[in-house]
Ligand binder design. Structure first.
Ligand code: DC
Length: 223
């Protein structure tokens, strides 16, 4: 049987990472943070003084950088994109990278490159993949799509609790309005507003709905 993909999309700070990790751990799936892949390219461009305002320069940097996809196991199995053997973990979480990443993520050639790498992650097993276009663009064929959101005040509060102050509304607007694979609710996705919920509650809802859909698919497939 082909490996399963659970696609988790949603707005910034809507709890995608926390919930995707919990779901992956509960089900024994491999976790993939696609935002980290875009952040890594933004970081690489900043490091190498690539003009992020210039889509051609960004596309050329993306074509040339030397990367590998690896699957590591610490508290859960997860995929990492390394650049020349290095995994920039803390470096990609700075305000500077957050501000640069929507520009980089809007370049169509970058999105094509990322989509290929993200689909290659299937080699590692069943996946929980989080991002902005997973259910619409990267794995539109999957039966397991979720779209997370929460109120702007709640999301800003969560980011501040992580020690990051940023204009989430502006970033969401840029991610939703770009021409290439914009952030939107995938067809057939379960919409979850988790404003008043704990991650345990939200991830339990995702796991329950995944299991319901999987059972329905198996019944339907055997009918
Ligand atoms: O989830 P995050 O904040 O780490 O994502 C960083 C940026 O990358 C975000 O502004 C949107 C972009 N992104 C994207 O365009 N498509 C994805 N699949 C994941 C992230």
């Amino acid at each position: 049987m082909q490996n399963i993909v659970i696609a988790i999309d949603g707005t910034s700070a809507s709890g995608k990472s926390t919930n995707a990790r919990l779901v992956a751990r509960t089900l024994g799936f491999v976790y993939v943070d696609t935002g980290a892949m875009y952040r890594t390219l933004a970081w690489h461009c900043l490091q190498n003084r690539v003009n992020i305002q210039d889509p051609k320069a960004v596309a050329a940097a993306c074509r040339r950088w030397k990367t590998s996809l690896i699957c590591v196991e610490d508290e859960l199995r997860q995929v990492r994109l390394t650049v020349q053997g290095y995994f920039p973990e803390k470096e990609i979480r700075t305000a500077e990278v957050s501000a640069a990443v929507p520009q980089v993520a809007a370049v169509p050639k970058v999105r094509d490159w990322m989509k290929k790498r993200q689909r290659e992650c299937l080699q590692f097993g069943n996946l929980v993949m989080e991002g902005r276009d997973i259910g619409t663009n990267v794995f539109p064929e999957t039966d397991f799509k979720f779209y997370l959101d929460a109120s702007l005040s709640e999301r800003s509060r969560r980011r501040e609790a992580d020690g990051v102050r940023e204009n989430l509304a502006a970033r969401d607007q840029r991610d939703s309005q770009r021409a290439a694979a914009p952030l939107m609710i995938p067809l057939g996705a379960v919409l979850i507003d988790n404003s008043g919920e704990t991650p345990q509650e939200t991830s339990a809802r995702i796991v329950a709905e995944f299991q319901r859909r999987l059972a329905a698919r198996q019944t339907h497939g055997n009918a």
